[in-house]
Design a binder for this molecule. Structure first.
Ligand SMILES: Cc1cc2nc3c(=O)[nH]c(=O)nc-3n(C[C@H](O)[C@H](O)[C@H](O)COP(=O)(O)OP(=O)(O)OC[C@H]3O[C@@H](n4cnc5c(N)ncnc54)[C@H](O)[C@@H]3O)c2cc1C
Length: 403
C-alpha cells in the first residue's frame, strides 16, 4: 500500500503551487490535486498574459482587510521575490508599483513554479475534481468525483473562487471548508465590468476617456476611483470601474462620472469658462462649447443629459441655467447600473471563508487543527495591480512554511 503523503493540497493555482513547493522544500511529501488538465490556468490569463504578480505600493485589500495585511506582514513581498529569484525568475517594475516577471510573460512564472515543484518532488494529479473531504482521528480523507480517495494529516484548501469558470473557477472551496465547519461570507463578482442603462451610454461604445467615477447607492457615496473609463456595447468597463464593482448592491446603484477631473475643481468654475466660450462661440452650435474639452461623442451625451436642445439653437442663445446644467452634468454624468457581468467575467470574488477562523501567520484553521486555507477561497479581495496574486503567493508561502 502507498504511504500517505504528509500534505495534501486541493487546487494547483497560484497559492496551492507555491505552498506545495514551500512544504516540499522542508522534506514533506506533497500531493497536489487539481480539476484542470494543467495547473495555474489563472496565472496564465493574468494581467492579459503578462502576469502582474505583485505590487510594491500601499496594500489595497477588502473583505477581511486586516487579516490580509497581517498575512503580508508575515510573508512579505520580499519573501515572494526571494522565492521566485531562488528558482530563477527575474522581476521587473512598472508604474504604480506593479511588478511583473522581467519577460512580461505569465508563462515564465508558470514554468518556474512547475520547475520548482518538479525539483522538490511535488506529486501533481491533474483532472482530479475533489468532491468531499472528511476528518477522522486526525486523518483527512479526500474523495474525488470518480470515488478515488487519498489521506493525509495536513490539508490545504487552495481552490480559489468561482470567478471565471472557464479557467477553473468554482465555489467548491467554499463547500469543502463549510463541510469542515467553516463560516463562508457569500461571494459576489469583483473586478468585473458593469451592465448599465442603454440611454446614458448610447453612441459611446468604443470610447476610452480618463475621469473619476463615483459609485452611489440611493444617493449615498459608496466608493470613488479615477483612471481610464471604457464604454462598451453592454455598459462600462476599465480598471477604475471594475474596482467599484465589488461594492454594487442592487439596481439602486449608479455611477457618476466626472469627465473634468484634474482640470476643473468645481462645476461653478467650469460654468464660468462656459460663459466665456458662449461669447466666443456665439454663432456656433451648442455642442461647440465643449470643443477641446471633451471628445465629441461624450460632449453630445453630456449636452443630451443636461437637457440642451441640440437642433436649431446657437451657443449664444443658451441661458445661464443651461450652462449651469452642462457644467453640472460634465462633473456628474449619471449612469444607472443594471448589474455586474457576473462571475463569468470577474477577475476575483469578494467574499469567501471567514478569516477570523484562520491564523494569519500560518493560515491554519482555528476550528480544526491540520486544516489550512490559502488565496482567494478566503474572504480577501484586492484591487487591480497585482494585489490578488500577491495575497495568493503570500498566504501560500505561509501555509507551506507551517504545515
Ligand atoms: C482573467 C484574470 C486575470 C487576472 N489578472 C490578475 C493580475 O494581473 N494580477 C493579480 O494579482 N491577480 C489577477 N487575477 C486574480 C488571480 O489570478 C487570482 O486571485 C489568483 O489566481 C488566486 O489564486 P488561488 O491560488 O487562490 O486560486 P486559483 O489560482 O484560482 O487556483 C485554484 C485552483 O483550484 C482548482 N480547483 C477548484 N476546485 C477544485 C476541486 N474541487 N478539485 C480540485 N481542484 C479544484 C482550480 O482548477 C484552480 O486550478 C486575475 C484573474 C483572472 C480570472
Amino acid at each position: 500500500m502507498n504511504r500517505n503523503p504528509d500534505v495534501m493540497i486541493i487546487g494547483a493555482g497560484a497559492s496551492g503551487m507555491i505552498a506545495s513547493v514551500k512544504a516540499a522544500e522542508r522534506h514533506k511529501s506533497v500531493l497536489l490535486l487539481d480539476k484542470n488538465d494543467t495547473p495555474g490556468r489563472k496565472i496564465s490569463a493574468s494581467g492579459n498574459g503578462r502576469c502582474n504578480m505583485m505590487n510594491s505600493g500601499a496594500l489595497r485589500y477588502y473583505g477581511d482587510q486586516e487579516f490580509a495585511d497581517h498575512v503580508l506582514e508575515n510573508s512579505t513581498a520580499d519573501d515572494i521575490r526571494h522565492f521566485f529569484n531562488q528558482y530563477g525568475l527575474m522581476l521587473a517594475s512598472e508604474n504604480e508599483g506593479r511588478i511583473y516577471p522581467s519577460t512580461f510573460q505569465s508563462a515564465s512564472v508558470l514554468s518556474v513554479l512547475k520547475n520548482a515543484m518538479g525539483i522538490n518532488g511535488v506529486q501533481l494529479k491533474s483532472n482530479t475534481t475533489v468532491s468531499s473531504v472528511s476528518r477522522q482521528n486526525d486523518l483527512f480523507t479526500v474523495t474525488d468525483t470518480n470515488g478515488r480517495k487519498w489521506q493525509s494529516t495536513k490539508l490545504i484548501i487552495a481552490c480559489g473562487s468561482p470567478a471565471q469558470p472557464k479557467l477553473g473557477g468554482t465555489d467548491n472551496g467554499y463547500e469543502l471548508l463549510s463541510s469542515l465547519g467553516h463560516r463562508i461570507i457569500p461571494a459576489v463578482p469583483s473586478l468585473v465590468p458593469l451592465y448599465t442603462d442603454r440611454k446614458s451610454i448610447s453612441g459611446l461604445s468604443g470610447i476610452r476617456v480618463r475621469g473619476k467615477v463615483s459609485l452611489y447607492d440611493q444617493d449615498k457615496l459608496i466608493h470613488s476611483e479615477e483612471g481610464e473609463i471604457l464604454f462598451t456595447e453592454y455598459g462600462i468597463s476599465g480598471i477604475c470601474v471594475m474596482q467599484c464593482s465589488r461594492f454594487i448592491k442592487d439596481k439602486s446603484s449608479y455611477l457618476s462620472v466626472n469627465f473634468l477631473h484634474g482640470y476643473y475643481d468645481k462645476p461653478e468654475e467650469f460654468c464660468h469658462e462656459l460663459k466665456r466660450r458662449r461669447n466666443m462661440y456665439h454663432e456656433y452650435s451648442p455642442v461647440s462649447l465643449l470643443d477641446g474639452v471633451l471628445v465629441s461623442r461624450i460632449a453630445y451625451a453630456v449636452m443630451k443629459q443636461a437637457g440642451v436642445p441640440l437642433k436649431g439653437e446657437k451657443a449664444g442663445e443658451l441661458s445661464d441655467e443651461l450652462l449651469k446644467a452642462i457644467a453640472e452634468t460634465a462633473f456628474h454624468y449619471r449612469i444607472s447600473i443594471e448589474g455586474t457581468r457576473g462571475f463569468e467575467y470577474a477577475q476575483v470574488a469578494a467574499g469567501g471563508a471567514d478569516c477570523r477562523e484562520f491564523d494569519p501567520k500560518t493560515m491554519e484553521s482555528t476550528v480544526m487543527s491540520g486544516l489550512y486555507a490559502t488565496g482567494e477561497v478566503l474572504n480577501v479581495d484586492g484591487d487591480c495591480g497585482g494585489f490578488n496574486l500577491m495575497f495568493a503567493f503570500s498566504s501560500g508561502l505561509a501555509a507551506g512554511k507551517s504545515v
